[in-house]
Design a protein around this ligand. Structure first.
Ligand code: AHM
Ligand code: MG
Length: 333
């Protein structure tokens, strides 16, 4: 029989840093997310043998995209579990037009991308779940609670489903840790504390959109290719998977910058502020990096819509600052 893993579990880790008098609500929230992540991880790794996870449902979502079976399943797993937990005043999801209100007495709201990287599901490439937890600021809980800047998130993180299932989460003012799922017990255990990476070993953007990028963005890409990194003086390499979670995760661990810029006729880019840009912004900033639209600091930008899109440039500080410098005299068309 396999020996139990001697490592700190997610719940032990959270409880160890709980302030005196805390009621354990945040711990319970993370336990619900852990339950959902374990369930989704098991379904994904079963390769569809335990039910349909490949292909499309035939429906079109609020983003005008075809809904994949796993998108729908992930949304149902998370919404059912979290809505019934009594821990949230409201839930927002990429897969739902409107927010779902919950317990008006609860202190928190949560925004989710249940299954990020949908285009990679059917080809067995890394995908993830992204979450952003905010404190309720209205009396009963509603859309306004989501309209807080990234810096005011209570916690943000993501789960990545790959050869291992890992969780990365950030709490403002705390260290960022990486947890790995023990599939036997369904518990995340601490793998390590993440250290800031100063040098962008990688840059990640979809260069197929080159003709749609404006000159500032093109100049930035030329600079990334041409100029050595400021700390070690090395050349950068290009990597693009097409799952934000996977691209961001690699760059966070190895050092890098991810960009989904605005494009001609698509001035807000593609990625969503609440459940894609804001969580990655907090994590990256807790590790000495930056996130920007090119014009707005994404730690400060206040959302105005649930499914708002923003250009997202996130990663090592010199690379993000260079982007802002090159875009400074232009505006999205
Ligand atoms: P999704 O949430 O529907 O999966 O869409 C978001 C994904 C991101 O994970 C990824 O960074 C981006 O879309 C890739 O888009 P593109 O194919 O245009 O490069
Ligand atoms: Mg997504």
């Amino acid at each position: 029989m396999q020996e139990p893993i001697q490592a700190t579990t997610l719940s032990q880790h959270i409880m160890a840093s709980m302030p005196p008098g805390a009621r354990g609500v945040f711990t319970r929230i993370m336990m619900e997310l852990q339950y959902c992540a374990h369930m989704l991880s098991t379904m994904i790794k079963s390769g569809g043998l335990s039910g349909q996870i490949l292909g499309f449902t035939g429906e079109i979502n609020v983003q005008d995209e075809e809904v994949k079976a796993l998108d729908d399943l992930a949304n149902r797993v998370l919404m059912t579990r979290l809505a019934n937990s009594g821990l949230f005043a409201a839930l927002a999801s990429e897969e739902m037009d409107d927010i779902m209100t919950g317990d008006p007495e609860a202190d928190y709201v949560i925004a989710l991308d249940p299954l990020d990287g949908s285009s990679n599901i059917d080809v067995n490439v890394s995908i993830g779940t992204i979450f952003s937890i905010k404190r309720k600021i209205t009396e009963k809980g509603g859309v306004e609670d989501f309209f807080q800047p990234a810096k005011d998130q209570v916690c943000a993180g993501y789960v990545i489903y790959s050869s291992r299932t890992e969780l990365v989460m950030a709490i403002p003012g705390s260290d960022v840790h990486l947890f790995v799922l023990d599939p036997m017990t369904g518990q995340f255990v601490v793998d390590r504390k993440l250290e800031p990476k100063d040098d962008a070993k990688y840059y990640s953007l979809n260069e197929a959109y080159w003709d749609k990028f404006d000159e500032g963005v093109k100049d930035w890409v030329r600079w990334l290719r041409r100029e050595p990194t400021p700390v070690t003086g090395k050349s950068r390499s290009a990597r693009y998977i097409g799952s934000l979670v996977a691209d961001f995760h690699r760059n966070l661990l190895e050092g890098g910058v991810f960009a989904y810029p605005h494009q001609k006729g698509k001035k807000s880019g593609k990625l969503r502020l609440l459940y894609e840009a804001q969580p990655m912004t907090l994590i990256q900033t807790c590790l000495s990096g930056r996130a920007s639209t090119g014009w707005d600091d994404l730690m400060e930008l206040v959302p105005t819509e649930i499914h708002q899109r923003v250009p997202l440039i996130v990663g090592t500080t010199p690379e993000v600052e260079k982007y802002e410098e090159l875009l400074a005299n232009s505006e999205p068309d």
